[in-house]
Design a protein around this ligand. Structure first.
Ligand code: OXD
Length: 301
């Protein structure tokens, strides 16, 4: 069997790299690069989607669709309401991606805890002033305790930070926030977690706390965050993800002292891992075996 596969990475410029990676593992596969110009007959043949998003209105044009495989850890962009409920979904789980995110988070925690922005500023002023500190031991909360959250927690623990993990089944979030000096968001974006990091959450944190977001911009009410940082309730935030990506040049987030913006680079799955896990999943699909890393569509992760 060789089911036609629609390739839909985040950006059309990534199609050749994804195609080459998949064909290097399974040269016989039929890959159809996504484009708005694909005709109805081609779309009607598609049985598998390997990608990152399903544009609204596309799912009804794929009547033969049998499986959606997400190249991303977060699958919310692949769950439009018009995707028929019986279509199974799975995702790539790349330990290297989790490690990359943990490295980025460690960098952001240490940057804040070891006061790097202060020394950057002092260098700009040619000012040689010492503010020595013993080892930092900020209490860290990791929200979202899947592959990524657990790798982040292990990395921060190894650096000497006390860490508590939280998932939605752990109970109310505010008591944990009240005892956390750094909050790291690694949650999946679902209707239940959307906007979770809002004015109430920021008010629950001790004054001077710090937020690191490596999940999705939709978790944060950005106007509330800006107000919390400007008032000094939060010392700042490191946002690798934002509500609107790319972040528009005139977005107010850019200019808030204490907020660091990075352009969704915390980590990338390796193309080789994506290709190998996808081809292994395809074999399971064809042999009627359970799909590895299946997504619970009702829960959204
Ligand atoms: C992901 C991402 O979800 O890169 O994998 O944001």
């Amino acid at each position: 069997m060789n089911p036609p596969i629609l390739l839909l990475p985040p950006d059309p410029s990534q199609i050749p790299a994804f195609r080459d990676a998949v064909l290097a593992v399974a040269p016989e596969l039929e890959l159809i690069p996504w484009s708005r110009e694909l005709d109805a007959a081609t779309l009607a043949r598609v049985q598998v989607l390997l990608g990152w998003r399903l544009p609204p209105g596309l799912a009804p044009q794929l009547p033969a669709l049998r499986w959606v495989c997400s190249i991303a850890a977060g699958v919310e962009k692949l769950l439009p309401p018009d995707l028929p409920p019986q279509i199974p979904m799975s995702r790539v789980v790349d330990p290297d991606q989790a490690l990359g995110i943990a490295q980025h988070v460690a960098l952001m925690v240490l940057r804040h805890a070891r006061q790097l922005p202060l020394y950057d500023e002092q260098q700009r002023q040619h000012s040689w002033q010492r503010h020595p500190k013993a080892a930092a031991r900020h209490r860290c909360a990791v929200l979202g305790f899947g592959e990524v959250g657990q790798t982040v927690a292990a990395t921060l623990s190894a650096l000497g930070f006390p860490v508590e993990g939280w998932r939605r089944s752990s109970g109310p979030l505010l008591p944990l926030l009240a005892r956390s000096e750094v909050v790291i968001n690694a949650l999946p974006l679902t209707p239940e977690t959307s906007g979770l990091l809002n004015a109430q959450a920021f008010a629950a944190l001790p004054r001077g706390a710090y937020l690191i977001n490596v999940a999705r911009g939709g978790h944060v009410i950005e106007a509330d965050l800006i107000a919390a940082v400007r008032s000094g309730q939060l010392a700042g935030a490191a946002l690798d993800v934002q509500q609107t990506e790319p972040l528009p040049a005139d977005d107010p987030l850019w200019d808030v002292p204490g907020i660091l913006i990075t352009p969704h680079i915390a980590a990338q799955s390796s193309l080789d891992t994506v290709a190998r896990q996808f081809v292994a999943g395809l074999q399971c699909l064809e042999q009627g075996r359970p799909l590895p890393n299946a997504v619970d569509r009702a829960r959204g992760y």
